[in-house]
Design a protein around this ligand. Structure first.
Ligand SMILES: N[C@@H]1[C@@H](O)[C@H](O)[C@@H](COP(=O)(O)O)O[C@@H]1O
Length: 255
């Protein structure tokens, strides 16, 4: 795990996007195409704005999947992750993607898990852009997460901490409106990505960041599994890194 800490969320976002863009260019040069996974949420906003501004990526050679989606939420709901990625990513790109395989969790969710699971199983994933939830979750794999299943996508129940975070970020009017279930990419599928770019700003993530990076690897802290991935880079700001025990010199501190 490579940890980089920045003074501000903006600097963190720029560095994460530069790293992602550089992997993307290198992958397209080497393989002629690239497959990426995108997360949503407050933590990804700055990074996505920077990534879509990169002018020298041939997006027509990029296929994208997304990590998770609420069950029963329509694509035009303000909290929909399809909506988020359509407006903040797809529509910001200078040219169309090869494909974006959106998750539609409005109908038969098990059938949707199978459909998108077959699509992602057919392609090696080059880069996963992920965040970490306040409860330590990775995608919508809330604690205790299933570290074993090889199924690419799962229909899961969301825990209360996760639903309260979504409410606190302002995506829903009240707690009862936050869906109780979601489709999520599995932990094993995320871990199968060649590279992982994990972007986690803000003070409210400080405990989850400490547990994920410095705690033991356990399903009770789903993102702790990232410690076992050979090519994960974690981008933090001073606030999210505030509780880390490691000395600053153990991390790459940049301004
Ligand atoms: N399920 C989403 C994930 O796609 C995201 O990576 C993570 C962090 O979210 P946020 O950036 O809002 O803290 O949890 C969200 O709820």
């Amino acid at each position: 795990m490579d940890i980089q800490i920045f003074s501000t969320p903006e600097q963190m976002a720029r560095a994460a996007a530069e790293t992602g863009a550089s992997y993307l260019r290198e992958t397209i040069d080497r393989r002629g195409e690239a497959v990426i996974i995108l997360a949503t949420g407050a933590s990804q906003l700055g990074m996505l704005a920077e990534l879509t501004a990169a002018t020298d990526i041939d997006w027509s050679k990029v296929t994208a999947f997304h990590l998770d989606e609420y069950e029963g939420i329509s694509a035009d709901h303000p909290a929909s992750f399809r909506n988020y990625l359509q407006t903040r990513f797809v529509e910001q790109l200078p040219r169309p993607l090869r494909a974006f395989h959106f998750l539609n969790a409005e109908g038969d969710c098990l059938a949707e898990c199978r459909r998108v699971g077959e699509l992602i199983a057919a392609k090696p994933v080059d880069i996963a852009f992920v965040g970490i939830g306040e409860n330590g979750h990775l995608a919508f794999n809330d604690p205790p997460a299933d570290f074993e299943t090889e199924t690419p996508f799962l229909s899961v129940e969301l825990d209360e901490a996760c639903r309260r975070q979504q409410l606190g970020e302002g995506w829903f009017a009240d707690f009862e409106s936050v869906p109780q279930r979601a489709i999520t990419m599995s932990v094993r599928q995320i871990m199968a990505s060649q590279r992982i770019v994990c972007t986690v700003p803000h003070q409210q993530k400080a405990i989850a960041v400490r547990n994920a990076i410095e705690g033991r690897v356990t399903p009770d802290v789903p993102a702790s599994i990232l410690q076992q991935h050979p090519h994960t880079q974690v981008f933090l700001d001073d606030a999210s890194a505030a509780l880390l025990n490691r000395s600053p010199s153990a991390a790459t501190e940049r301004d």
